[in-house]
Design a protein around this ligand. Structure first.
Ligand code: NDP
Length: 286
């Protein structure tokens, strides 16, 4: 039986560490980290994410600033808000919940966020820093997935790592993190031929596809570590990952469930990034 990688437990540990460091920052330096979360429109999934982020801020002792803008907000209005938040010393991290409504170019918004406050690590400057391995922030989901791999005690160096998916927010940065840790990394996507023959090579397999039960047992090497980033909602309303958990689990040596795997890690890493941002903005190195 595979080791079940418990994202709730690992994320609770990360958040507790952030809470303790925040307490010390407040006591020693009088600084309370602040995260601004901006949501435009009424997307119910985005609403849930934003509420969860707000709750997490409260739990670790941050100030949270929420800006809920109407669906018809213009790009200029949103850019103006971002500029205000860039200049606000109480705000250390800025997150604009994506997707934004059609009339707004998300790239223009990402580019406008100060790289020092870009706790999602989506700004091209931060993306470039990740590429060269000289970064302050890592994008939250791949960073969380990496924490989960580390929680198994498995050494990445020298392992064959396969990432299915090449998005800018998950697949590509995930591959880069595994490469920085000296994994031998292959990135697969919708044009990959004979996908199963590639994934069967993987000692560490990361699925970030967005298709329910896409990774079947025949695609997985015996004894692999399987990290399922996918969040898919089935017709019956249940959440499920990209990996056919029931079939793959007996073959894997460690595997993340969905829900309760990578999902809870994303917010924990956002909290860590916000703390890092607050310290950096105040020149605090301890
Ligand atoms: P995208 O849709 O941006 O990317 C999906 C990737 O999967 C693409 O690179 C695509 O290839 C690839 N793909 C699609 N079909 C196939 C196929 N048949 N064979 C091989 N590769 C394929 O999704 P994201 O990266 O944004 O998200 C991936 C999943 O992770 C989603 O389920 C999402 O909900 C979840 N997610 C979870 C988060 C969390 O907090 N746990 C956070 C972010 C995302 P191509 O580029 O060729 O089109």
């Amino acid at each position: 039986m595979a080791q079940l990688i418990d994202g709730k437990a690992v994320s609770a540990k990360v958040k507790e560490q952030v809470r303790l460091e925040t307490q010390a920052l407040i006591e020693k330096h009088g600084i309370t980290p602040g995260l601004a979360v901006v949501i435009v429109g009424n997307d119910p999934a985005s609403r849930v994410y934003v509420n969860n982020k707000k709750k997490a801020c409260e739990a670790v002792g941050f100030k949270s600033f929420e800006y809920a803008l109407p669906e018809e907000t213009t790009q200029e209005e949103l850019l103006e808000l971002v500029e205000t938040l860039n200049a606000d010393p109480n705000v250390n991290g800025i997150l604009v919940q994506l997707p934004v409504p059609k009339q707004i170019d998300d790239k223009a918004i990402i580019n406008a966020i100060s790289p020092a406050k870009d706790v999602d690590a989506f700004h091209p400057e931060n993306v470039g820093r990740i590429m060269i391995g000289d970064y302050s922030f890592l994008p939250c989901t791949p960073a969380g997935a990496m924490e989960l791999i580390d929680s198994t005690g498995i050494e990445v160096a020298g392992k064959r790592c396969v990432v299915i998916g090449r998005s800018n927010i998950v697949g590509k940065p995930m591959a880069m993190l595994l490469l920085h840790r000296s994994g031998t990394v292959t990135i697969c996507h919708s044009r990959t031929q004979d996908l199963a023959s590639v994934t069967r090579e993987a000692d560490i397999l990361v699925a970030a596809v967005g298709r329910a039960n896409f990774v079947t047992a025949d695609m997985v090497k015996e004894g692999a570590v399987v990290i399922d980033v996918g969040i898919n909602r089935l017709e019956n309303g249940k959440l499920c990952g990209d990996v056919d958990f029931a079939a793959v689990e007996p073959k894997a040596c460690a595997i993340t469930p969905v829900p309760g795997g990578v999902g809870p890690m994303t917010i924990a890493m956002l909290m860590r990034n916000t703390l890092t941002a607050a310290k950096a903005q105040h020149g605090i190195t301890d």
